[in-house]
Design a protein around this ligand. Structure first.
Ligand SMILES: C[S@@+](CC[C@H](N)C(=O)[O-])C[C@H]1O[C@@H](n2cnc3c(N)ncnc32)[C@H](O)[C@@H]1O
Length: 390
């Protein structure tokens, strides 16, 4: 029933390829609702001077791309039409040719001329001017991309976060001057996405010589990430197993701590301050210590009687006191909005840049102590970690 129409459709595809008028093609309407493959998109691409046809297989939660030459294309289509897809549209320079097959096997072919001739686009993957290149092999190994370097559907959100992060870091580092190799510690580095992104930004975009240590408490993660670093032959990046509060860097220019839980952020800030780093960058996460202290103090205000607001208040107070303690130690601080991570809705970035100018320590100390008094806080963990008390 449908064979003849299908043959006509395929011969028009071959014709479009031969006449160089093939713009793109879409396969849709999976025959089975249970099929995870939802669509296939085909477009011509030029790879090393050869014209190939890139098939993007769109599954529910990921994309896969395979390239075929013109000779293979018909066979690949025959495997899918109509056994997996019931509809196909061929877009040529001058027309849209639609193949519709019903589940009962009845087929029709409809042609519609386009108003204005289309152009072919032979770009492989649109080269966006990104600071991070997902085609770098470590991104596949870290699970962000397909083997072909395409960010998977699952990881699109993560990739956006990574890009936003490197944009912020680039803007912070650009005006800074470092002599020679830049020593960086990324405390609580986790699966390493942001640490690799930082390494890529600094070495490939900013041409800096770096020594980046990702400090992580989970040994399995450290081992896995170090294997990826080795196989990608990356220089100046290493994961170190250990707790943030026991990591003692000799020289440290930049301290990073992104989403290090609760007081692990304080440990990180303390080690940055002690090492006299030029830049401290942290995205604090779960402010339990101060929330508990505020609850214990019994100082309930009309605002903090509500659990959500108590939580938010604890975030603001903790990070304000952290910023003030950094100022006390000679840092100019800034609180910026960051991107939310999947494991926390917190999106605050606390930035401290060391400045060489006189500080009114007494005034800062008095601000800290009155804040503590007002909210019934005995001691912020950062004070303990630094051995100070306000
Ligand atoms: C929420 S993840 C954040 C990972 C990464 N920085 C990011 O933002 O995507 C926190 C990581 O810090 C690690 N971590 C927590 N406390 C730590 C500590 N005291 N010392 C070292 N690593 C710690 C955890 O094992 C986890 O991998």
């Amino acid at each position: 029933m449908h064979e003849e129409i299908l043959e006509q459709f395929l011969s028009r595809v071959v014709e479009a390829i031969g006449q160089n008028t093939f713009v793109r093609m879409t396969l849709s309407k999976p025959r089975s609702k249970r099929d995870e493959l939802r669509n296939v998109y085909v477009k011509p691409v030029l790879i090393k001077g050869n014209r190939l046809y890139a098939f993007t297989y769109r599954y529910e939660r990921r994309d896969e791309v395979k390239n075929y030459d013109a000779g293979q294309l018909s066979d690949v289509l025959k495997e899918m039409l109509p056994s997996r897809f019931l509809n196909a549209v061929l877009f040529t320079v001058t027309e849209d040719l639609t193949l519709l097959i019903t589940s009962k096997g009845k087929a029709t072919l409809q042609s519609k001329k386009v108003q204005e001739n289309r152009e072919q686009n032979l770009e492989h993957d649109k080269q966006k001017n990104r600071l991070i290149n997902p085609a770098n092999p470590w991104w596949y190994q870290l699970g962000l991309t397909t083997r072909e370097g395409k960010v998977t559907a699952d990881m699109q959100h993560k990739f956006k976060q990574i890009c936003k992060y490197v944009e912020i870091v680039e803007s912070l580092l650009k005006p800074m001057r470092f002599e020679g190799k830049v020593n960086i510690a990324d405390m609580g580095a986790g699966k390493g996405y942001l640490t690799f992104a930082l390494h890529e930004l600094l070495t490939q975009r900013m041409n800096m010589e770096v020594d980046i240590k990702g400090v992580e408490i989970r040994p399995d993660l450290v081992q896995k990430i170090n294997e990826i670093i080795r196989s990608s032959q990356l220089v100046g990046l290493e994961f170190v197993e250990g707790a943030i509060n026991t990591f003692r860097p000799e020289n440290l220019d930049v301290l990073i701590a992104l989403h290090a839980c609760n007081t692990a952020t304080d440990d990180a800030i303390a080690s940055g301050i002690k090492a006299g780093t030029q830049l401290i960058l942290c995205a604090p996460c779960c402010h339990k210590q101060i929330r508990q202290e505020m609850e214990r103090s019994g100082k309930v205000s009309p605002i903090t009687q509500y659990g959500i607001f108590l939580e938010r208040q604890a975030v603001m107070i903790t990070d304000t006191i952290r910023a003030l303690i950094m100022e006390y130690h000679g840092y100019k601080t800034q609180i910026m909005e960051f991107v939310e991570m999947e494991h926390t809705p917190k999106n605050i970035l606390l930035v401290g840049r060391r400045v060489e100018k006189p500080i009114d320590r007494a005034a800062i100390a008095s601000k800290i102590s009155s804040l503590k008094q007002e909210y019934g806080i005995e001691q912020l963990y950062l004070e303990t970690a630094l051995g100070v008390a306000f």
